[in-house]
Design a protein around this ligand. Structure first.
Ligand code: ADP
Length: 481
């Protein structure tokens, strides 16, 4: 049987470029698909902040000219084989040699260039995929261009569009349609790219794709409601037969307390005692008192409204009035960064705040903390709670999106469940869940907490099951081609 060929196109792919879950997922899912026998490759922009250890190993394939508006722009194509995965990079220094990845005034031009370049590059790559799997708004125009300009040349290529976060849609003024994107009026309709008089890349992405997926079954249901649909729920309802919620997995090799080189002491589900060493060393590193019986709570997150920072702001004093320590690792909105810094300044014995992106410290926190607080306003899937489970760190979550699919409330009587949950977006409810967690933690007999840790660690959120679901979808699409 012929191998199914899939090209992943995304603006982030770990370890080259990652700001959060998107990069992590696109960095790991291809490996799981490859292990299952597919020929999977990835393509992304060559940003200037890709670490040198990777750029110096890239090979130049060729250069092409890519249409942008009425002209054409240079595009270099590079290739790197990384851990057995073939990765292609789209190079144009004007567009991608900048600090950071997004947030520029010409993002419409930068990412329409990227989308067009992916399609123009295919003949040069010697790889015509059966499926182009596109991720989030930055790749939304791939299926639009494919169906508009490349159909006769690529008649059998199908597209899957995955929504990682519906909040970020890539909305730009109408004026970009002709001059920048090179598209005509025929695409500016309710079933095309039009969104309240503007151009919406994400909408284009799922309107033109053959199949839409999102990153958890519950988020798939939620985004068809006005509360979570970000103005697109009606359209998503219309495409509901083609909308699939497939839970993200975790790279179980990278996140494995039994072999993780970033943590102080390795442990596993059967022997969790060494988790305590991780806790005491982490406390020392964070300059918190090394008190082994005081629960250490963690926040590892973007510091933005989506992550429910507002709820922490509402009840942080009541939380700190308990016998607890808090470690925060995150970056995000200036307001929340200042809020947490102020908190650490006022409670240096109880709170450690680290405003930075630091993968190594994140591992140490997942291994050393007792609980992870994740009171999200909405959460497409969430990886932080999956990592926490893997390290026996108990999530305290708001039950929304993927957090519903992955965290079940602990039931002391039956010994079931893997975390603490609340539903209403309300500080008081968060506080109640925190207090419940503390009560279970502080019981003299530690049976209940040990049970909880075992429950957490025994869940399997590796990619195997989810990769299988993607393969089924690809196969169905392949039959259509
Ligand atoms: P999102 O993609 O919405 O930010 P996820 O929970 O899906 O949220 O993924 C976040 C990922 O980024 C997790 O792996 C988390 O550990 C990591 N992360 C978030 N903030 C930081 C940080 N400041 N330093 C290191 N890793 C971080």
């Amino acid at each position: 049987m012929k191998k199914l060929k899939v090209l992943f196109a995304a603006a982030e792919v770990a370890p080259f470029a990652k700001t959060g879950g998107l990069g992590e997922v696109v960095g790991t899912l291809p490996k799981a698909l490859k292990a299952a026998g597919l020929d999977v490759r990835v393509i992304l922009p060559k940003y200037s902040n890709i670490p040198q250890q990777y750029t110096e190993k890239m090979n130049f394939i060729t250069s092409i000219k890519v249409p942008v508006g009425k002209g054409r722009q240079y595009c270099g194509l590079l290739k790197l084989e990384y851990e057995g995965l073939i990765c292609y990079f789209i190079d144009n220094e004007f567009y991608f040699k900048r600090a950071g990845m997004y947030g520029y005034g010409d993002d419409a031009e930068r990412f329409s260039f990227f989308c067009r370049a992916v399609l123009e590059a295919l003949p040069e790559l010697d790889f015509i995929p059966n499926i182009i799997h596109c991720h989030d708004w930055q790749t939304g125009l791939i299926s639009v261009y494919l169906k508009s300009f490349y159909r006769s040349y690529l008649p059998n290529v199908r597209t899957v569009f995955t929504i990682h976060n519906l909040k970020y849609q890539g909305i730009f003024p109408y004026e970009v349609l002709h001059d920048v994107l090179g598209l005509n009026e025929e695409h500016f309709t309710i079933d095309g790219l039009e969104f309240y008089g503007a151009v919406n890349f994400m909408k284009g992405g799922f309107n033109y794709a053959d199949v839409i997926t999102t990153v958890s079954p519950n988020y798939a249901r939620e985004i068809m409601t006005p509360e979570y649909g970000e103005g697109l729920h009606g359209l998503l309802q219309k495409r509901s037969e083609n909308l699939h919620g497939i839970l993200n997995g975790l790279d179980y090799n990278e996140y494995d307390p039994a072999s993780d080189k970033n943590i102080y002491a390795n442990y596993n589900m059967k022997r969790t005692a060494k988790k305590k060493i991780n806790k005491s060393k982490l406390q020392r590193r964070l300059q918190l008192p090394a008190q082994k019986n005081v629960p250490l709570m963690a926040v590892v997150s973007r510091l933005v409204p989506q992550k429910g920072m507002y709820l922490i702001e509402q009840v942080w004093e009541e939380i700190l009035a308990q016998e607890v320590q808090l470690v925060v690792l995150g970056t995000g909105e200036y307001y929340y960064e200042q809020f947490f810094k102020e908190m650490a300044h006022r409670y240096p014995e109880q709170v450690s705040v680290n405003i930075k992106f630091d993968g190594e410290l994140a591992h140490k926190i997942y291994a050393g903390a007792d609980m992870l607080i994740m009171p999200s306003l909405f959460e497409p899937c969430g990886l932080s709670q999956l990592i926490a489970l893997r390290y026996g760190t108990i999530p305290i979550v708001r039950h929304t999106g993927g957090l519903v699919d992955t965290i079940q409330p602990f039931d002391e009587l039956n010994g079931t469940g893997n975390g603490f949950c609340f539903t209403h977006f309300d500080g008081g409810k968060l506080l109640k869940a925190v207090k419940k967690a503390l009560t279970v933690y502080q019981q003299k007999q530690k049976h209940a907490w040990r049970r909880l840790m075992k429950n957490a660690m025994k869940y399997d959120y590796s990619w195997d099951k989810s990769a299988e679901k993607y393969i089924q979808l690809y196969n169905q699409l392949g039959e259509l081609a």
